[in-house]
Write a protein that binds this ligand. Structure first.
Ligand SMILES: CC(C)(COP(=O)(O)OP(=O)(O)OC[C@H]1O[C@@H](n2cnc3c(N)ncnc32)[C@H](O)[C@@H]1OP(=O)(O)O)[C@@H](O)C(=O)NCCC(=O)NCCS
Length: 179
């Protein structure tokens, strides 16, 4: 197992979304991303997104593991798996110190643009039903809730399935003007 070369505590003075770089993850980032997934996405569940699984996605030609980097540190990431007709957003997380600055939105929009360019118009995802913040986030980005799936997470927790057609206009105003 490799360890991440970029993990440490981010500065709390982060402000503008243009201070962040968005780039494909490196294999050495996988340990940091697995730790973020455990803490920020999978808390209370058996971790399903370990370092090796994330490295598999980094290597896979039909997956994109995208990281948001500021000052050399990973502050957010997303994993998308592309197929012919649909793409699936597997994971998304932003470090709490960097939230509500448009980082999550830019990660998702980057991946949506790639899908649109490739001719893949439907993006689907599942999230924990109790995760009201993420439900509001995806709704703000134009995703609609399709169905609730009881027991989706390890038989103990329900998921909400959401979907967006990336050809449809999004109603979210740009967040880049924040300072
Ligand atoms: C969901 C998450 C990725 C959002 O990241 P973020 O960088 O804070 O999101 P953004 O700043 O791009 O938010 C864009 C818009 O989404 C909406 N939004 C984001 N977080 C929200 C929240 N907690 N409550 C209500 N609306 C929210 C807002 O409309 C926001 O725009 P605004 O800040 O101008 O009001 C982040 O909260 C997170 O990592 N949560 C824990 C992990 C998780 O739930 N992942 C998703 C399921 S796998």
């Amino acid at each position: 197992m490799t360890t991440c070369s970029r993990c440490s505590t981010p500065s709390p003075d982060t402000r503008a979304v243009y201070d962040y770089r968005f780039e494909p993850a490196r294999l050495a980032d996988a340990a940091r991303l697995a730790a973020m997934s455990r803490q920020l996405v999978e808390s209370g569940l058996r971790p399903a997104w370990g370092c090796e699984r994330i490295q598999t996605h980094i290597r896979h030609p039909e997956s994109m593991v995208l990281v948001a980097v500021r000052g050399g540190m990973i502050t957010g990431f997303a994993i998308m798996r592309y197929a012919d007709d649909t793409a699936h957003l597997n994971l998304l997380a932003v470090d709490p110190l960097h939230r509500r600055r448009g980082v999550g939105q830019r990660l998702v929009r980057w991946l949506e643009e790639s899908a649109l360019t490739a001719g893949t118009f439907t993006i689907g995802l599942e999230l924990r039903a109790a995760n009201q913040g993420a439900r509001a986030f995806y709704a703000a980005l134009g995703y609609r809730e399709l169905v609730q799936i009881p027991g989706y997470y390890q038989g103990v927790e329900a998921a909400i399935r959401m979907q967006r057609d990336v050809r449809a206009p999004s109603f979210t105003p740009p967040t880049a003007a924040r300072s």
